[in-house]
Design a protein around this ligand. Structure first.
Ligand code: IMP
Length: 428
């Protein structure tokens, strides 16, 4: 059985956690391919709720091997915290079950300090990052000065390299940003201890994933964030610093495209984004308040209220194209219940011209006005609906419009947080 890739189609927070979790139950391997602890999703298992940031949700299934791929930037401090939390709740976190790529880069305290300092220095042009150090860490990776997880295997050497990095970045913090330097001795001690604890998890995960695929195992590739936060295909510069799109899965795990059987795009039935940057269908009225409250649109990682708006089919067409999506998993449809009328953006108007394709630069996007189609909406409670045919006519029409305007079938519709609250139109 080849690989299935799950990608977010919008600005992250599409509800990938639930879909990944449903697929993880039947997967042999769950492999995360990008980002770090900027991501976060909560998974409901029985009566327990688990908040995961870096560890794939497959960890909750005893027979599943979890991989943190080379495309990730891993924070040793928060990874150990996540491991402690899982262990305290009885989850088996032995290195037999969880592997950290030796090629993954380490997200270290100076990255977080520089992320915060750079954001503060940007003033009203801030990106609105999670301040988790993601950008500076990927920047070090690209400039070939980062530290990789392989270093954790030799804690003393790692400590020396970390000391040199901290001393260098302290000069930036102090001389360029006018900030207090980091406490090098204390951090080296702390991080050598993190290294000792994490060393047994470090492995050549590219080998493991490819061996699993060759042996016919089911591999689920889990992306964090979403297409519009992709460093190349998103709303640059208001993006994250990794590749949440399907190409990121190949590079970020070290697999070739012939293994990919299916690409599932997860999209919310409306739009949300956190952080700065244009969002053409954003709403500021009571409809926004309804969506935020009913959809609990507050960040899992930062607690920030998310910006929300109508569903944008220009965005979804872009995501369908750059990820060559096979199907949609549409989430949070129930949040739209009671909103009348409903609107979906099918194109933009820009300087008197109609744009059907997503523009590549943020300035053009900021000047776009959405062109909407309007639908009647519905008032019926849909949270118990199991079959497409039992949805109100307007909800069916909403889904048909998505298919018509993106050319991609909606294979799954989520109508509530629990697994049973799912309408399956195509096999998962
Ligand atoms: P960074 O990834 O912390 O550098 O943040 C860059 C942008 O990506 C900001 O707009 C963040 O709000 C956004 N972002 C990062 N991770 C997530 C996520 O998991 N969900 C939604 N937005 C995210």
């Amino acid at each position: 059985m080849p690989a299935i890739v799950i990608v977010g189609a919008q600005w992250g927070d599409e509800g990938k956690g639930k879909i990944t979790d449903m697929l993880a139950e039947r997967a042999d391997v769950v492999a995360r391919y990008n980002g770090g602890d900027n991501a976060g999703h909560s998974v409901q298992l029985g009566t327990e709720r688990f908040a995961l940031h870096q560890i794939p949700s497959g960890i909750l299934y005893p027979d599943c091997l979890c991989i943190m791929g080379n495309g990730m930037v891993v924070n040793p401090r928060t990874l150990n915290r996540e491991l402690d939390e899982l262990a305290s709740r009885g989850v088996d976190i032995s290195p037999r079950r969880l592997k950290l790529s030796d090629r993954a880069h380490l997200n270290l305290p100076h990255h977080q300090a520089l992320d915060g300092a750079a954001e503060a220095a940007r003033g009203n042009k801030a990106i609105g990052t999670t301040r988790r150090g993601i950008g500076p860490c990927y920047a070090d990776k690209a400039s070939r000065s980062g530290l990789r997880a392989a270093e954790l295997r030799a804690p003393a050497h790692f400590g020396a390299k970390l000391r040199a990095a901290l001393e260098e970045k302290n000069r930036w913090l102090r001389d360029f940003y006018g900030q207090d330097p980091l406490d090098v001795d204390a951090l080296v001690d702390e991080y050598v201890a993190h290294a000792e604890r994490l060393a047994p998890y470090v492995a050549d995960t590219t080998l493991l994933v490819n061996q699993a695929l060759a042996a016919g195992k089911r591999v689920l590739c889990e992306g964090a964030q979403g297409t519009l936060l992709d460093l190349d295909h998103g709303t640059y510069p208001y993006v994250t610093s990794s590749y949440p799109t399907v190409g990121g899965a190949l590079v970020g795990l070290g697999i070739g495209p012939r293994w990919v059987d299916r690409v599932i795009g997860v999209a919310k039935a409306y739009t949300s984004r956190v952080g700065a940057g244009p969002c053409p269908t954003e709403l500021f009225d009571e409809v926004a308040d309804h969506i935020v409250e009913v959809g609990r649109e507050y960040g899992t990682t930062t607690g920030r209220r998310r910006r929300v708006g109508w569903l944008d089919l220009v965005v979804l067409r872009h995501a369908a194209r750059v990820n060559s999506l096979d199907q949609w998993a549409l989430t949070l449809l129930d949040v739209l219940t009671g909103l009348r009328p409903l609107r979906l953006a099918v194109a933009y108007e820009h300087e008197g011209r109609e744009l059907r394709d997503f523009p590549s630069d943020a300035e053009t996007l900021a000047a776009c006005q959405p062109i909407y189609v309007e639908l009647e909406g519905w008032d019926e409670d849909i949270t118990g609906v199991q079959h497409f045919g039992d949805l109100p006519a307007a909800a069916q029409e909403y889904i048909r419009l998505i298919e018509e305007h993106t050319g991609v079938p909606v294979g799954l519709v989520s109508v509530g947080p629990e697994r049973r609250q799912t309408i399956l139109r195509m096999p998962l």
